[in-house]
Ligand binder design. Structure first.
Ligand code: GTP
Ligand code: MG
Length: 195
């Protein structure tokens, strides 16, 4: 599906910098450091296409990648924490919200939740924003290689009950490890099925 058909298009810092809305796109949202960029690399079978880093706040623009010629994969800046001056952070956060609620061609959002931390208040806010904008979203638990099975089961219960309150959410969760490859094939086929 993705090998060789994904390349970086551009980094966007304001709504008027978005590429023409002429094909579908899917985006990856989540708290800083949750593993958005790493997941894009795992999905596309590349090591460093989307730049990942241990420093929260690594991705500071809306980064566009091609999905063959049928669409775009969009890597978003994280929310909830960033190691940058407040006015700068507020600017990304405003852009993020404008993008999530105002992009005509956004077909699906993937909301990433760290399996170790579960759903936080900021995640709830983003999910409510997606509900209001009628953007359907899937919740992806990340870094499952870092949690014990018993803790994972608890995280699943808590996350499922949080999701049940969001009309735009798919009830199914996707469990992933970008490190070990869990859930990557599942996500690829979900993306392949989006028109
Ligand atoms: P921002 O751009 O800052 O919002 O972060 P991000 O959500 O893009 O996170 P990123 O992909 O940069 O990953 C953050 C850190 O988590 C990096 O050190 C990654 O190597 C690590 N990481 C990401 N996914 C996984 C995973 O599935 N398992 C493990 N063990 N580590 C992961
Ligand atoms: Mg990133």
């Amino acid at each position: 599906l993705f090998a060789g058909e994904t390349e970086f298009v551009k980094g966007v810092v304001a709504m008027d910098g978005l590429p023409p809305a002429d094909r579908m796109e899917v985006c990856f949202a989540g708290r800083s450091n949750v593993g958005k960029s790493s997941l894009i690399n795992a999905l596309t079978g590349t090591r460093n296409l989307a730049r990942a880093s241990n420093t929260p706040g690594r991705t500071q623009e809306i980064n566009y990648f091609t999905l063959g010629d049928r669409g775009y994969l969009v890597d978003l800046p994280g929310y909830g924490y960033a190691n940058a001056p407040l006015p700068v952070v507020e600017k990304w956060q405003r852009l993020l919200r404008q993008y999530l609620s105002g992009r005509q061609t956004l077909r699906r959002a993937f909301v990433l939740i760290d399996a170790r931390h579960g759903v936080k208040k900021v995640d709830e806010e983003i999910m409510s924003l997606l509900d209001s904008a009628a953007v359907t979203f899937e919740v992806v638990l990340t870094k499952i290689d870092k949690v014990r099975r018993s803790d994972l089961d608890r995280a699943l219960d808590v996350t499922r009950s949080a999701l049940s309150k969001h009309p735009a959410a798919y009830p199914e969760l996707v469990l992933t490890s970008s490190e070990k490859g869990d859930g990557i094939a599942t996500l690829r086929s979900i993306i392949a099925g989006i028109e």
